[in-house]
Design a protein around this ligand. Sequence first.
Ligand code: DQA
Length: 157
Amino acid sequence: MKIVVIQGPNLNMLGHREQNIYGPMKLEEIHTQMKNFAEQNGMEIEFFQSNLEGEIVDKIQECLGDADGIIINPAAYTHTSVAIRDAISAVQIPTVEVHLSNIYAREKFRHKSLIAPVCTGQVSGFGPFSYHLAMVAIVQIMNEIRAMREAQQAQKK
Ligand code: DQA
């Protein structure tokens, strides 16, 4: 089972950027924690960060046939990107949207996510722990898909 983690614009600045909102942890440190959790749960994990919308769309498309699940923090594109939303919708891979901050407790323009309706679910507001919760959710989704497939196979016999 392979998970691809996609990080949007300015998340490479974590640890430096608005620490009062996003905390002191660097992106690499968050990824190390996620990698450990993935290893403990027998999952392969890949990380990707880009500040460019088109590169994020390309990466989502590349997940087709390669990834079983996607964890994405689209960052500012959450609130603007029809292209990222359409890419997620196109690949039909279970996707969890993540935010460090609680986007609903911030400026009004952050309250709307164009991405959430095409995701399995969203985690928002727990700082770096949001990513851990997203990993737990992905494991649960994968288990449910596996159980469903096994039940379908058993019915065929
Ligand atoms: C963010 C929230 C977005 O509104 C913002 O543009 C970000 C980070 C978060 O993780 O809290 O860059 O996605």
